[in-house]
Design a protein around this ligand. Structure first.
Ligand code: HEC
Length: 507
């Protein structure tokens, strides 16, 4: 069957591509040539300078200065394509492809915010602002809650009594006390494995991911954990699969465990857990949503396949039953818990009570990070299309490879496109009482950019404005609202993770 053979070949190529990406990234200190840099060097540097600093009498500076014709990726692309023949820059649209022009625009935008895509800022010093941070709508201070967290945590869940549950990917679950001390590991939670090959691009199989409280936690004590379960019998090569359980904590132990969502052994895969997604969110009717990334056995191909759990947001009842009104519950052969599909790396998942909507964040490739409104049954496009480009500069268009025809009109576009990619992580809709002027805004964290964004949306689900609240803080892995209405951030860092909180300046 040529289709199947082709898919196998594709799988092999995907694995090679993934390994190449890792090799590429781990070579970042040894002067690897970025494809966008070589295009720039070939065509642009003689007038704009090797470091985009400009060349007197030939070309203007493209960094450390305002640009006359706009500095969004779209505006940069337009400047490059159309040129400025009167002032000496030819139009490039005849000589360069649309991808090359978009690649150059992304490259210039990255350089303008000093965000090299090979710089993950894992050991850049954590920069907690000392005084009051003045921003457009609210002034705040940043307080350290604890600095005794593992370098690679994933999630926090503030408890009603002011303590905080924290999951550490390769350690397990712990409780941060109100005085900042951290408990021993809670015994009995699902097994985790510490087999990273490098701090940045950890290559794990078997991690603890999101921790979330049941909406009625105060009365029922249920805590939900999303983890990747490692196959015990797969001896040759480690394999794992996403899984969700719930349980309670009693006397420092994890008890009453129940399995809530479990694709099972059929879906064990050797794709590393960085592709797992791993978030959880409840809506106000008590449904549980589960984000799963491109951790499929055949990588990209499962993402558009409704029979497979990969690259999907799933929806179940709080006890794991499949809701009868799920969009594909009655579609023959479909995985019945699917809510939306075509997701790449869904790092954030959140229900807004105010808006009565479910939203997600997702990391794109080079560019194309997204904030998405999740509408039931819809396709979010990966790996058929993306506003980002592959790391080698080519367009995302795996439809041909996968033998999948599609109509762009059938694909949901992001409400917010983050290009150049900050590596968006988790987010909240702020609905607490401490920051009235952030009411209903999305507060979105990022890893590589180490920034916290405030995103204002209107009632028609359109982006109204965005603001950087914190710059160069640290890799922000999770964002939560505490029961006190303050905003809590989980920071990861090679020297040890931290939890900080944003409190109003006048508090
Ligand atoms: C022969 C010299 C020359 C070359 C080659 C050249 N440019 Fe330019 N470029 C200019 C000049 C001069 C301007 C200023 C035009 C103006 O503002 O009227 C400019 C403007 C720009 C701008 C707009 C800057 C702003 O202030 O908004 C961008 C973006 C840009 N160039 C990108 C590129 C890229 C990318 C390439 C390579 C594909 C390139 N240029 C090649 C001379 C050059």
């Amino acid at each position: 069957m040529p289709g199947a053979a082709f898919r196998k070949l594709f799988l092999v190529l995907c694995v090679i591509a993934a390994l190449a990406a890792v090799a590429w990234l781990s070579l970042r200190e040894s002067g690897v040539v970025d494809p966008f840099v070589s295009t720039y060097d070939r065509h642009c540097s003689r007038c704009h300078g090797a470091n985009l600093e400009g060349v007197p009498a030939l070309g203007t500076a493209l960094v450390n200065t305002e640009l006359s014709h706009g500095d969004s990726v779209a505006a940069l692309g337009k400047s490059i394509a159309h040129g400025f023949p009167q002032s000496g820059m030819q139009p490039w649209s005849a000589q360069l492809s649309a991808e090359e022009i978009r690649g150059l625009a992304i490259y210039i935008a990255e350089r303008r915010v000093d965000r090299l895509f090979t710089d993950f800022k894992v050991d850049a010093p954590i920069a907690i602002p000392g005084g009051i941070v003045e921003t457009e709508a609210q002034a705040f201070r940043v307080e350290i809650v604890t600095d005794r967290i593992d370098p690679l945590p994933f999630s926090i869940a503030p408890l009603p009594d002011g303590r905080i549950l924290v999951s550490e990917k390769m350690k397990g679950l712990r409780i941060v006390e109100t005085d900042g001390s951290v408990s021993e590991l809670i015994s009995g939670t699902p097994a985790v494995f510490d087999d990273s090959i490098e701090l940045v691009l950890v290559w794990g199989h078997g991690w603890l991911l999101d921790v979330a409280l049941h909406p009625e936690y105060a009365s029922n004590g249920w805590i939900y954990l999303h983890h990747t379960e490692r196959c015990a019998d797969c001896t040759l090569i480690a394999r794992s699969v996403n899984r969700v359980v719930r349980g309670r904590i009693r006397d420092g132990r994890w008890v009453d465990e129940e399995v809530i969502w479990n694709p099972g052994a059929e879906y064990y895969s050797f794709v590393p857990d960085i592709g797992a997604g791993g978030r959880l969110a409840f809506d106000d009717a008590g449904y549980l949503y589960i984000s799963v990334g491109i951790k499929g056995s055949s990588n990209f191909d499962g993402v558009q396949d409704l029979a497979k759990p990969w690259g999907k947001i799933h929806r179940v009842h709080d006890d794991g039953r499949v809701p009868a009104d799920n969009p594909f519950a009655r579609t023959a052969g479909a995985y019945p818990t699917i809510w939306t599909y075509g997701h790449r790396s869904p790092q954030g998942l959140e229900f807004s009570n105010r808006r009565q909507q479910l939203w997600s964040t997702e990391m794109g490739p080079r560019g194309g990070d997204e904030l998405n409104l999740l509408r039931p049954g819809r396709n979010y496009g990966w790996p058929l299309t993306s506003l980002g480009l592959n790391y080698d500069g080519s367009a995302i268009a795996y439809g041909e490879w996968l033998d999948l025809a599609f109509d762009l009109n059938d694909i949901e576009q992001p409400v917010v496109d983050f290009t150049p990619a900050p590596a968006v992580s988790s987010f909240i809709f702020y609905e607490g009482g401490q920051f009235p002027r952030w009411q209903g805004n999305a507060l979105v964290g990022s890893l590589k950019a180490s920034e916290l964004y405030r995103i204002v949306l209107d009632e028609n689900d359109r982006l109204v404005r965005s603001e950087v609240l914190l710059k160069r803080l640290a890799r922000i892995r999770d964002v939560e609202t505490g029961p006190d209405g303050n905003v809590y951030l989980l920071l990861e860092h090679a020297g040890g993770g931290q939890i900080v909180r944003l409190v109003p300046a006048d508090a």
